[in-house]
Design a protein around this ligand. Structure first.
Ligand SMILES: Nc1ncnc2c1ncn2[C@@H]1O[C@H](COP(=O)(O)OP(=O)(O)OP(=O)(O)O)[C@@H](O)[C@H]1O
Length: 365
């Protein structure tokens, strides 16, 4: 297994920059998700890593070895990069048994029967498919087929495993089971894994770190809980997790981590992005945004902050409301409540947390 480094990678198709100056360091054994909306460049980045595309500029290294550097005319072929790749279509041969599908890359490499059988058994055991060795892939469920594809990738002892939306074809229930299967696989093998998805819940559930992509750029790369609690910009705040970003104009900075913001007729304490504090001018120029997650705001009849209920949905165990503060149409908060609320009801609110950042951050990108 190996660490992976991308430095200022760029790739255009005609005039369109699908990947724009992307730099990324992935540690040996790390599970990284590439997350972003359709067309943001995730698959192109994965294909550049795999060697199916050549970058226009920048350097890609695997385990310290440069595998792509157009300036120095270096372009190592996909076979020589030794990366395992799993796509959403499993690409299994229906006329071969599960065991033969898994062992086929070893046959191509010319390994002897005994060594092959040993590796096939170990790989199938890793994905908990030992008893299915003699079956045809046509007799397996979608999730089991995807696990065969993983085992086939594993027998090659790849430097890293690249996965491109591997669960996209599976139903919701099976997706959750397979997320666990991927996590078990990662724990058992210690493989470096790079997982492309546009599903933020999937990325949050599995990855050590998530790189959020938009229009060919990486907007932020961080642990899921950091992306959720401290989004760097408006795109990340909106794409990762539920909640709302309220434009606010009145921020008073307490110290380099905390501030107080004016909501309705009340002052609310919040955490503030340190970069934003450094650029104090922006805080007063109407660029501030307050990110509130639903669990940050609860109905509390004694709360000084008051608002009018616009929507009420039962989630099981609690209700999720939309509550408008004052007359401003932008100031609608996601709120949790222990009781049902009437539309139009005036409720008190308690805000326990919030994150203030520069709404204009990254907008020029
Ligand atoms: N071979 C190609 N020729 C021309 N344009 C391409 C090619 N491959 C990708 N693109 C374009 O580059 C952009 C990024 O595509 P990419 O497949 O990397 O996005 P993505 O984030 O993986 O999207 P999705 O989640 O929909 O698969 C898109 O606008 C796409 O149309």
């Amino acid at each position: 297994m190996a660490d992976i480094n991308l430095s200022r990678i760029t790739k255009s198709f005609g005039d369109y920059r699908a990947v724009n100056q992307v730099s990324l360091d992935i540690a040996d054994g790390e599970f990284v998700a590439l997350l972003g909306p359709s067309g943001c460049g995730k698959t192109t980045l994965l294909r550049l890593l795999a060697g199916f595309e050549e970058p226009d500029g920048g350097v890609i290294s695997l385990g310290g070895q440069v595998v792509a550097d157009p300036q120095s005319n270096i372009m190592v072929t996909p076979e020589m990069r030794n990366l395992g790749i799993v796509f959403q279509s499993y690409a299994l041969w229906p006329h071969m048994s599960v065991a033969r599908n898994v062992g086929y890359p070893l046959e191509v490499r010319g390994l002897g029967r005994a060594e092959r059988d040993h590796k096939i058994k170990a790989a199938l055991d890793t994905v908990a498919l030992g008893p299915y060795a003699d079956r045809s892939p046509t007799e397996l469920s979608g999730g089991q087929r995807q696990r065969v594809a993983l085992a086939r990738c594993l027998v090659m002892e790849p430097r890293a495993v690249l996965l491109d939306e591997p669960l996209a074809n599976l139903d919701v229930h099976l997706r959750e089971t397979m997320q666990q299967a991927f996590l078990d696989f990662h724990r058992r093998t210690g493989a470096t894994m790079i997982y492309v998805t546009h599903d933020q819940a999937e990325a949050m559930a599995m990855a050590d770190r998530i790189a959020v992509m938009d229009k060919g750029h990486i907007r932020q790369m961080a642990a899921p809980e950091t992306l959720y609690r401290e989004p760097a910009d408006l795109m990340v705040a909106g794409f990762v997790g539920a909640g709302a970003v309220l434009p606010i104009s009145n921020v008073s900075i307490t110290d380099d981590r905390t501030c107080s913001v004016r909501l309705g007729d009340t002052d609310v304490a919040a955490r503030i992005c340190p970069n934003f504090v450094r650029n104090r001018a922006a805080a007063h120029a109407g660029q501030a945004g307050l990110c509130l997650r639903p669990e940050d705001v609860w109905v509390d009849d004694a709360g000084a902050l008051r608002g009018s209920v616009e929507d009420c949905v039962y989630l099981g165990g609690r209700f999720r409301l939309s509550v408008r503060i004052g007359q401003d149409r932008d100031h609608v908060l996601p709120v949790y409540a222990n009781r049902r609320a009437r539309i139009g009801e005036n409720v008190g609110l308690k805000v326990s947390d919030g994150w203030v950042f520069d709404r204009m951050q990254g907008e020029a990108a």
